[in-house]
Design a protein around this ligand. Structure first.
Ligand SMILES: Nc1nc2c(c(=O)[nH]1)N[C@H]1C(S)=C(S)[C@@H](COP(=O)(O)OP(=O)(O)OC[C@H]3O[C@@H](n4cnc5c(=O)[nH]c(N)nc54)[C@H](O)[C@@H]3O)O[C@H]1N2
Ligand SMILES: Nc1nc2c(c(=O)[nH]1)N[C@H]1C(S)=C(S)[C@@H](COP(=O)(O)OP(=O)(O)OC[C@H]3O[C@@H](n4cnc5c(=O)[nH]c(N)nc54)[C@H](O)[C@@H]3O)O[C@H]1N2
Ligand code: SF4
Ligand SMILES: [Mo]
Length: 568
């Protein structure tokens, strides 16, 4: 589409056209990137080109990017080479961020459900109508069922903190992140073994066992890039995955392990490493306790036993244990990320953590490291105390060793369906799509059908939004101002990043910060949101002025310096 046409088409026309395009999609499959149609320009300086720093949000990695903007239209996204985490990389999905921004199927204005839930009949509302309606429901549910009768759920996002803050001021402790569907079992396992969650130095590792992770497809920066480099440097990669993934295809050895049996494999590795005295004796003596109990515990887990459990030949299990120990400390069982597969996923990941400890790879080059981190300040609120609230979260006691601040989606879902220990009748979701991403959709539908009110803030009509009573349109990451976010990655590439609007927000989309601020005003909770995102950032930056400077000049703050041997 030429710039001339761009100038001729008004915003109003765009809205009409995009509606028509959406209707015509099935027949004509038009190009889904509508760069040129998007803005009502008036006077434009020809070819006014800007380059703007931002952080990708097409997955959680937050790779640094530079947007090329021409007359307020994003033409292209490039990697920000200054980001040590993403190292000059913006993956295919990251590049497609422009398509997400200009997707004609984006939500454009608030929608209220008409007709039966899930029927897809909607009425357009003004923001005032939508917010008044939501505030009325929040108020009523709070009064009828206590404020814990309203559940909040926010996905990975720099603004999720505001949803949490709103829940706190409103008075519900029922806040869940999507993370119990992702990495919490891994975090629990490593935290409880090491006291912190280490990151793997894949780059310098000589022998990587990768169980249940698919790093060449499910990208985690910098691990995916580092694994490729490490392989070029003759590092050995052993993949355990029931599926023949791309990572398996590029590995030195692939074992289609029987699903759910990884713990048997790692208990057996521990058996071989301990019985053949291949462990790091100094590390075990000086830094661990419980070794004698472990030795006793793994005595029976011979490779022959594990072979029957896992379908991996005993001789290979024994050999891999020996090779791994010989490569230590630059050897590792890769901790992985998405780990919520089985009821005993936490214990499975604990077995990875324990084998790593036997290798003495802690704080070592090519091992597990704890990167230095920078902690931005925050704005603390003194939340009101609501006397009639129940004692605890609705999912309390349902999952062992649950992270209270994250909760559990599946256990909360059971509690809502059962109405026990108390009823939950309202649900707000922000940037998360549990209808699609929480296993057992029928149960999620059952949960939703017990609710009096559900609202969803999203950029698209997700499966979850489709089931909601009120759907609110949000701006994409390229259109909004976010707080600062610290990220942890491997080696020396942790840091801080943020986002400012690269282009103005399209349609009637509004950031969730604005939404909760407006709701707070309507619920007499305005004092808890008496600040702007700028104020919030200032509080974050108060003690770290060097970060502000780097963000301005480079679009990212990198932590540099040695990445191992720093936690003696
Ligand atoms: N391209 C792309 N990249 C992404 C994402 C994305 O959506 N797209 N999402 C990001 C997010 S949020 C995350 S958490 C990470 C996830 O990245 P990963 O942690 O790598 O998770 P998955 O891709 O789900 O890969 C898990 C693998 O485990 C295998 N598996 C299943 N059951 C078992 C088992 O019992 N034992 C073993 N050994 N293997 C098993 C599966 O076949 C699958 O290949 O990726 C991130 N990167
Ligand atoms: N079947 C299956 N289920 C899985 C996984 C799997 O591999 N397969 N992976 C698991 C893992 S690792 C994870 S992390 C979870 C992820 O699960 P979710 O947290 O549900 O994440 P997404 O599926 O990415 O859904 C994000 C939602 O946010 C919306 N969105 C995107 N950008 C924005 C924005 O800027 N603002 C707003 N308001 N909304 C936005 C999208 O339209 C989408 O509806 O899923 C887990 N569940
Ligand atoms: S890995 Fe790809 S999608 Fe994820 S943040 Fe980086 S560039 Fe974006
Ligand atoms: Mo995830």
């Amino acid at each position: 589409m030429s710039a001339r046409i761009n100038n001729l088409i008004t915003r109003r026309k765009f809205l009409q056209i995009s509606g028509a395009l959406a209707a015509a999609t099935a027949v004509t499959n038009p190009c889904r990137v509508l760069y040129a149609l998007t803005r009502d320009k008036g006077e434009i300086t020809p070819n006014e080109i800007r380059e703007v720093f931002s952080a990708c949000d097409m997955c959680f990695n937050k790779c640094g990017l530079i947007a090329h903007v021409e007359n307020d239209v994003i033409k292209k996204l490039d990697p920000n080479p200054k980001s040590l985490k993403s190292r000059g990389m913006l993956c295919a999905r990251g590049n497609a961020g422009v398509k997400q921004l200009y997707d004609p199927d984006r939500l454009k204005y608030p929608l209220l459900r008409k007709g039966a839930r899930g029927d897809g009949k909607w009425q357009r509302l003004s923001w005032d109508q939508a917010l008044d309606h939501a505030a009325e429901k929040l108020d009523k549910i709070g009064k009828d069922y206590t404020r814990c009768g309203f559940l909040f759920m926010a996905g990975t996002d720099m603004q999720s903190t505001f949803v949490h803050q709103f829940a706190e001021a409103y008075g519900s402790y029922n806040v869940i992140s999507h993370e119990s569907n992702c990495l919490l079992s891994r975090n629990r396992a490593f935290l409880d073994t090491y006291g912190v969650m280490p990151t793997p130095d894949v780059l310098n590792c000589k022998y990587v066992i990768m169980p249940g992770a698919n790093r060449f497809e499910a990208l985690v920066t910098p691990d995916s890039m580092d694994l490729m480099t490490a392989k070029g440097n003759k590092s050995k990669l052993v993949v355990l995955d029931p599926r023949f993934t791309k990572t398996a295809a590029l590995s030195d050895e692939w074992y289609p392990i029987k699903p759910g049996t990884d713990m048997a494999f790692f208990l057996s590795l521990a058996h071989v490493i301990i019985s053949e005295k291949l462990y790091d004796k100094t590390f075990i003596k000086e830094k661990t306790f419980g070794f004698e109990e472990l030795r006793e515990h793994v005595k029976k887990y011979t490779p022959q036993w594990a072979a029957k459990e896992t379908d991996i030949p005993a001789k290979d299990i024994a050999r891999i244990a020996r090779e791994l120990a010989a490569a230590a400390p630059s050897a590792m069982v890769y901790p992985g990320r998405r780990s919520s597969d089985y009821e005993d996923s936490t214990q499975i990941r604990r077995s990875y953590a324990i084998v790593n400890a036997l290798l003495g790879n802690w704080d070592q080059e090519g091992g597990l490291q704890v990167p230095k981190k920078i902690k931005p300040g925050s704005m603390h609120i003194e939340a009101p105390f609501y006397e009639d609230n129940p004692d605890d979260r609705v999912d309390a006691g349902r999952a062992q060793m649950m992270f209270d601040e994250e909760g559990s989606f599946k256990h909360t879902r059971d509690a809502v369906i059962e109405g026990k220990p108390y009823p939950i009748k309202g649900w707000m979701t922000y940037k998360t799509n549990p209808m699609q991403t929480g296993a057992n959709r029928d149960k999620t539908i059952q949960m939703i059908n017990t609710l009096d009110f559900m609202m969803t803030v999203d950029i698209a009509m997700s499966d979850t939004a489709w089931m909601a009573d009120l759907v609110l349109p949000a701006p994409s990451y390229l259109e909004r101002q976010d707080p600062l976010s610290a990220f942890l990655a491997a080696s020396t590439c942790s840091g801080v990043i943020t986002r400012d609007p690269v282009v103005p927000a399209m349609f009637e989309s509004k950031p969730v910060f604005w939404i909760v601020k407006e709701l707070a005003k309507r619920l007499d909770l305005g004092e808890f949101f008496d600040f702007t995102v700028d104020d919030f950032r200032k509080a974050q930056l108060k003690k770290i002025p060097q970060v502000a400077k780097a963000l301005k000049e480079d679009g990212v703050y990198n932590i540099t310096g040695p990445s191992f041997g720093i936690h003696k």
